[in-house]
Each structure stands twice: as C-alpha cells, then as structure tokens.
Design a protein around this ligand. Sequence first.
Ligand code: UDP
Ligand code: MG
Length: 262
Amino acid sequence: MSHSLNNTSVVIVLPVHNEEATLAGVVEEIDAAFSSMALPMLLFVDDGSSDRSREIIAQLIGSRGKVCCLAFSRNFGHQAAVMAGLAYAPDGCIVLVMDADGQDPPSVALELVHQVLYGFDIAYGIRQKREGKNRFKRLAYWSFYRVLCWLSSTNLPLDAGDFCAYSSRAARLLANMGESYPYIRGLRAWIGLNQVGVPYYRPDRVAGETSYNLTRLIRLALDGILGFSLKPLRFSLYLGLITFLLCLLLGLIYLMLYVFNI
Ligand code: UDP
Ligand code: MG
C-alpha cells in the first residue's frame, strides 16, 4: 500500500473565497495527514477573494512548493471554482476536492484517496453528524438532500457534499461536461463508474465566515432540483394543462349562457 501511495500523484483542489483566517492552518494539517506519501500538489482556485487569501497563497508558493493557483477575475461561486480545479488538474493524478476552511478533515481526505487507490473512481464523504451554530441551516441541508432524492430519478446519495476524491478519468469526465450551472454532487452521481461513500464527522469551520448566504444556498438548491429532476417541469406542465381545461370549460359555460340568453 505505502509503495503505491509513494508513487501516486495526488492533486488537492481547494476552492477559496476569503479564507485568510484558515488557509495556512489547513495546509499544515494536509501536509501532516499526507506525510506518509509524496507531497501532494495543492491547486488553489481563488474565487475572487477580497481579503489576504491571494497573498497567503503566494507565500505558500514560495515556502512550500508544489502549489499553484488559478486566480478568478471575480467571484464566480464555489461550484465554478471546483469545476475549474477539476479541469486544470494534470492528467493521471488522483484529484481530491476539499474546502479550505477546515471543515473537511485531511485525515478523511487521505481515506478518500485510499479508496480511489483501492480501485474506486469516486470516493465521497458522507456527513454523519454536522456541527454548527446554525440549526436552521442544518435542518435545511438535511431536508434538501431528502427532497431532492425523492424528486430525482438519478440515485443521489444523501448528505454527500463536494468533499470527494476522483480517479483521473472521473475528474476528466466531470470537467468535460460543460454545464453552465453545475451541481457537482448530482453530476458526480449521474456519471456512474464505481463510487463509494465514506462517513465522516464534519466539524464547524475553525475561523472566518461562510460565503454561502441564504440566497446562494437557495440558488444551489434550485440548480440541483432543476438539473436533476423532471418532476417540477412535469408538475408545471400538468398545472398549465388543468388551468387551460378549466378556462375552456368556463368559456363554454359563458358562451352557452350568452347563446341561450339564460
Ligand atoms: N467558496 C468559493 N466561492 C464562493 C463561496 C465559497 O470558492 O463563492 C469556497 C470557500 O472558500 C470554501 C468552500 O468553497 O473553501 C465552501 O464554502 P463555505 O465554507 O462558505 O460553505 P459552507 O461550508 O458554509 O457550506
Ligand atoms: Mg465551510
């Protein structure tokens, strides 16, 4: 096992939006967790940060090595950042996607990489217990995954976020899908291949603020629902049809009333 680990290149994609408070610590934790293998490459995707994140990444490029950064011209959103990371990861590597705020534990990241080494194309984390101050958000996530699973005809795993390791071919497939509003956890389930879920305990972020406010969460949820279920489309079709028939009936009734002068 350690032999194959030593010979395998791992690229870690880290989407970053204003994470100056957590970046350095997360990199330290990653390096400690992956110390048994060749130093992984870190591919930061700076999604238009307005704090010191870019400066910190530049320092890491100088001090750590094996670090590169895609710098977005503005904030395009987390899903776009992950997609860019998948697209720019070199061929032939295992690609691991994790948040840059300390919520995706590097020890679990190593476990996900192991699963891909064992032969899985996709190994994703399943949030077992979610820590966090915001009870509403936790409930919203919990219900969303279940509603989407019920609505969708794709078999979407519950409580699985973007924390995931991909084989080179899985990363390629996803990156080449060309979705304008990607809902990655759905696309990932849709492409098939051999997949496995690894349960883990998700802590609260160690510092900084979430960039997902309510509007952005709703937008992500809508991308998920519209992209992975025909039910809302069918529902609006039936609703339109029923309304049309009711109007026709009403029109006929009025016409008869008029013609027969009732
Ligand atoms: N992120 C990003 N662009 C955004 C929002 C977030 O690249 O527009 C990054 C963020 O820096 C973090 C990850 O995506 O590494 C997850 O974001 P966040 O922690 O805000 O989401 P939450 O964990 O609250 O769902
Ligand atoms: Mg987070």
